[in-house]
Design a protein around this ligand. Structure first.
Ligand code: CA
Length: 230
């Protein structure tokens, strides 16, 4: 995923340089020229990292940092400070800036600091939950409701999708029709369970669009089991 960076800098030449260099590195870059604009863009874009100049029209980069840190302890913020401005550095770090870069800066050093701050932030943030269920080359994402066979999208109806999820979550377990009915149709079903057979047939056909291996096996007299090849 492309990481985004908000640059708040009123000196246009510097802002432009930063934008070009950061875009060359593959980041998505937003810019703002004042404290107020910076706050607005921060709220609108929710960037992965901020580069804040200290001296800005309106309120300063330090004040902007203070407002951001009131609700957001995690997004990395790098401050751009004038050479020798020790007070700016100290108050920035006190307010939760992750790093500061002294102007005039070497672009390579700035890019290295940006990479380091983003790496640290992503190492700290909890990993995305794993939503993919798999069997051989069948992949199903519960969150996005994508189903792929051999990398090609498979279209399922909501009920077929739920059925496949249940089978994948109980991989290698033999499930009887009543269990499947209850889990997928959501109620105790004492009547005709032929509907399970019908849906199994639909799903089998759809997840093997070009004659791929059979994943859903019939267990005679019992029900069904979804299995990978051993
Ligand atoms: Ca400035």
């Amino acid at each position: 995923m492309t990481e985004s960076i908000l640059v708040v800098e009123d000196e246009e030449k510097i802002a432009r340089l930063l934008q070009i260099e950061l875009e060359c590195e593959g980041y998505c870059v937003f810019t703002a020229g004042s404290g107020h604009e910076g706050l607005e863009r921060y709220q609108a874009e929710q960037p992965d990292l901020l580069l804040l100049d200290v001296m800005l029209p309106g309120f300063s980069g330090i004040e902007l940092l203070r407002r951001i840190r009131a609700n957001d302890a995690h997004t990395p913020v790098l401050m751009l400070t004038a050479k020798g401005s020790v007070e700016d550095k100290v108050s920035g770090l006190d307010l939760g800036a992750n790093d500061y870069i002294t102007k005039p800066f070497q672009i390579e050093e700035l890019l290295a600091r940006v990479r380091a701050a983003l790496r640290l932030a992503s190492a700290r943030s909890p990993k995305e939950p794993e939503h993919w269920l798999r069997a051989e080359d069948l992949e199903l994402n519960e969150a996005t409701r994508e189903v792929l066979r051999s990398g090609i999208a498979v279209e399922l109806t909501p009920r077929e999708f739920d059925l496949l999820v249940y089978l994948l979550k109980n991989k290698r377990q033999v499930l009887n029709r009543e269990q499947i009915m209850t889990a997928v149709w959501g109620y105790d079903y004492y009547g005709d369970t032929n509907v399970v057979d019908v849906y199994i047939r639909y799903v089998r056909k759809k997840i093997a669009p070009s004659g791929q291996s059979e994943l859903i096996h019939t267990v005679r007299g019992v029900g069904y089991v979804l299995k990978d090849a051993p």
